[in-house]
Ligand binder design. Structure first.
Ligand SMILES: Nc1nc2c(c(=O)[nH]1)N[C@@H](CN(C=O)c1ccc(C(=O)N[C@@H](CCC(=O)O)C(=O)O)cc1)CN2
Ligand SMILES: NCC(=O)N[C@@H]1O[C@H](COP(=O)([O-])[O-])[C@@H](O)[C@H]1O
Length: 218
């Protein structure tokens, strides 16, 4: 699977959030710093819950937002189809899960598979799921980090785009999960900005588990 050849128009991004949205903010800031050069612009921000700082950041930036809550739908499949339809309204080239805490299903992946990027706070394939930082600490690892990857129908199993490493220190106890997560997020924000910018500017090919950046060799 390959992205379309790079075009003069910036890639359209829909960003999905569930929380504080600092990764979203990093993307907003990078685009603001170099609107022509970044290669992408955010066209909408979606969430699975209301009342979160991530949505406030989007509103402050003057972006359209949408909220799609599981509990407003009779079935999980109905929610997934609604999320896909809301996202599709904004005609994204790429969808970015930046702290989006819901597993998406068949309908969403049918529409956005191969162009849905997630950032996860651990070095995949270790410690997938909703508690990557806590699980890595509990396992006693000495290094952890973050992974930007394409989303597939597993949980955090899709092809890896980029990874960043963070050392675990003696002070990083199970109770100190938040402090380690903050150090990971400092690296993660830069990694996500760099990865999304490169995907948008240079294009990419996914061959099996390998992600090749750029249109070289086509
Ligand atoms: N089909 C996929 N969907 C998503 C993936 C993925 O790899 N495949 N990655 C996530 C993000 N993610 C970690 O990176 C993640 C988010 C949430 C969960 C989870 O277990 N969620 C529960 C609900 C938890 C909650 O609401 O707080 C759920 O979905 O029911 C695991 C991994 C983006 N989506
Ligand atoms: N498995 C998904 C997951 O744990 N996602 C994590 O949530 C945080 C969101 O931070 P933010 O809201 O400040 O961007 C990020 O660390 C992201 O990797």
């Amino acid at each position: 699977m390959a992205s379309p050849p790079p075009s003069a128009a910036p890639a359209r991004l829909v960003v999905l959030v569930s929380g504080s949205g600092t990764n979203l903010q990093a993307l907003l800031d990078a685009i603001d710093d170099d609107p022509e050069g970044f290669g992408a612009r955010i066209v909408a921000v979606g969430a699975d819950r209301s009342g979160i700082v991530g949505l406030e950041r989007a509103e402050r930036a003057g972006l359209p937002t949408f909220v799609c809550r599981v509990k407003d739908h009779a079935t999980r499949e109905g929610w997934d189809a609604a999320l896909a339809a809301e996202t599709a309204r904004f005609r994204p080239d790429l969808v970015v899960s930046a702290g989006f805490m819901k597993i998406v299903g068949k309908e969403f992946l049918a529409r956005f598979g191969g162009r849905f990027v997630n950032t996860h706070p651990a070095l995949l394939p270790s410690f997938p799921g909703a508690h990557g930082v806590r699980d890595a600490l509990a396992h006693g690892v000495k290094v952890t980090g973050c992974t930007v990857h394409f989303v597939d129908d597993g949980v955090d199993t899709g092809p890896i785009i980029a990874q960043g490493v963070v050392e675990v220190t003696e002070e990083d106890t199970a109770e100190g999960e938040a402090a380690l997560h903050e150090r990971i997020k400092e690296i993660e924000r830069k990694l996500l900005v760099e990865a999304v910018g490169r995907l948008a500017r240079d294009g990419y090919r996914i061959e099996g588990r390998k992600v090749h950046l750029g249109h070289v060799g086509e």
